[in-house]
Ligand binder design. Structure first.
Ligand SMILES: Nc1nc2c(ncn2[C@@H]2O[C@H](COP(=O)(O)OP(=O)(O)OP(=O)(O)O)[C@@H](O)[C@H]2O)c(=O)[nH]1
Ligand SMILES: [Mg+2]
Length: 261
C-alpha cells in the first residue's frame, strides 16, 4: 500500500527553455542554496532542519533553500512542501519533464533570488557546517568557494578501494582533458560550492549528468576562487543514484567541454 501524503505548501513554477541564469532579481537576499533531490525521503526533513539551524545563525533572514525534486517516486517533493509551512525560507520545485542533477541545479538557480548561488547534496554527504567556511570565503569577495575533498584537511569517509580509484580516475581525466583547470582548483568534480550570480550571467549552459561545477569552470571565468577542505561523509540514509551510465555521460560531457571557447 502506498502512503498518501497531503502536501500543504505551494509548489513553484519550474522554468523551461534555455539554461541561462537571469540577472539579479529585485531582492537583497544574500544566499540561495539549491538541494537537488531524487528519492531522498529519509533525509530531507533532518537536512532542512539542520540547514536552517546553521543558516539562521550565519545569515538570519538573508537566505533561501530551494529543493529541486524530479518527481521522486518516494514523494520527497511532497515532504519538502509540507516543511514550507514551518520554514518560509524553503521553496520547492517539482520537475515533471526533466531529469538530472546538473540540470536540476540550474533550474533552481533560475528561480533563485540571492546574489550568491549554491548547491549541496540532499543526503548529508556534504556537512552543513562547511557552509559557514564557504560563506566566510564569499564574504571575503571570492567569486567561487568550493568544498574540496582533495585538500590536506579533506577526504572521503569509508569509500571502497574501487570507489576511490574511480573518483581519482575521473579527476585525472578532467585535468587531462581540460588542463587549464589544474591551475585553479583541486576538486573540479565537487558538488558542494557557492558562486556569485554575476559570474554566471550571459552564459548558455548545457547541463548533463552530475558535474555542474565542471560545466561552470569550463564556460565561465570566476576571478577569485577559494577552496576549503571537507570530508565527504557516508550517505545518511537511502541509496546512491550513481550508476554505470553516469560514467558514459561524464565522458560525453568532457568531450563536449573540450570544444568550448
Ligand atoms: N533533482 C535531481 N536530483 C538528483 C538526481 N540524481 C541525483 N540527485 C540528487 O543529487 C544528490 C547526489 O546524488 P547521489 O546519488 O547521492 O550521488 P553522489 O553523492 O555523487 O554519490 P554517492 O556517494 O554514491 O551517494 C542527491 O541529493 C540526489 O538525491 C536527479 O536526477 N535529479
Ligand atoms: Mg550521495
Amino acid at each position: 500500500m502506498t502512503e498518501c501524503i497531503l502536501a500543504t505548501g505551494v509548489l513553484e513554477t519550474v522554468p523551461t527553455g534555455a539554461w541561462i541564469i537571469p540577472d539579479s532579481p529585485r531582492s537583497n537576499l544574500f544566499l540561495s542554496l539549491v538541494i537537488p533531490t531524487y528519492n531522498e525521503r529519509p533525509n530531507i526533513r533532518l537536512l532542512i532542519s539542520e540547514l536552517v539551524r546553521v543558516l539562521d545563525q550565519a545569515l538570519p533572514q538573508n537566505y533561501e533553500l530551494i529543493v529541486v525534486d524530479d518527481d521522486s517516486p518516494d514523494q520527497t517533493w511532497a515532504i519538502a512542501l509540507e516543511l514550507t509551512v514551518h520554514y518560509p525560507q524553503l521553496r520547492v520545485l517539482r520537475r515533471l519533464g526533466e531529469r538530472g542533477l546538473a540540470s536540476a541545479v540550474l533550474r533552481g538557480w533560475q528561480v533563485a533570488r540571492g546574489q550568491v548561488l549554491g548547491v549541496m547534496d540532499g543526503d548529508f554527504q556534504h556537512p552543513p557546517e562547511t557552509l559557514l567556511t564557504l560563506l566566510a570565503a564569499m564574504e571575503h569577495h571570492h567569486d567561487l568557494a568550493i568544498a574540496s575533498r582533495h585538500l590536506p584537511n579533506g577526504g572521503c569517509q569509508d569509500w571502497s578501494l574501487i570507489r576511490r580509484i574511480l573518483s581519482r580516475g575521473a579527476k585525472w581525466l578532467s585535468f587531462s582533458v581540460l588542463p587549464q583547470l589544474k591551475q585553479s582548483v583541486t576538486d573540479p568534480l565537487s558538488g558542494y560550492f557557492l558562486i556569485r550570480r554575476h559570474t554566471l550571467l550571459n552564459i548558455a549552459f548545457q547541463p548533463v549528468g552530475y558535474k555542474i561545477l565542471l560545466e561552470i569552470l569550463s564556460r565561465t571565468t570566476p576571478q577569485n576562487i577559494c577552496e576549503v577542505g571537507y570530508i565527504f561523509r557516508k550517505r545518511h540514509a537511502g541509496w546512491s543514484k550513481v550508476n554505470a551510465q553516469h560514467f558514459w555521460i561524464y565522458l560525453k560531457h568532457l568531450l563536449r567541454l573540450t570544444q568550448v571557447g
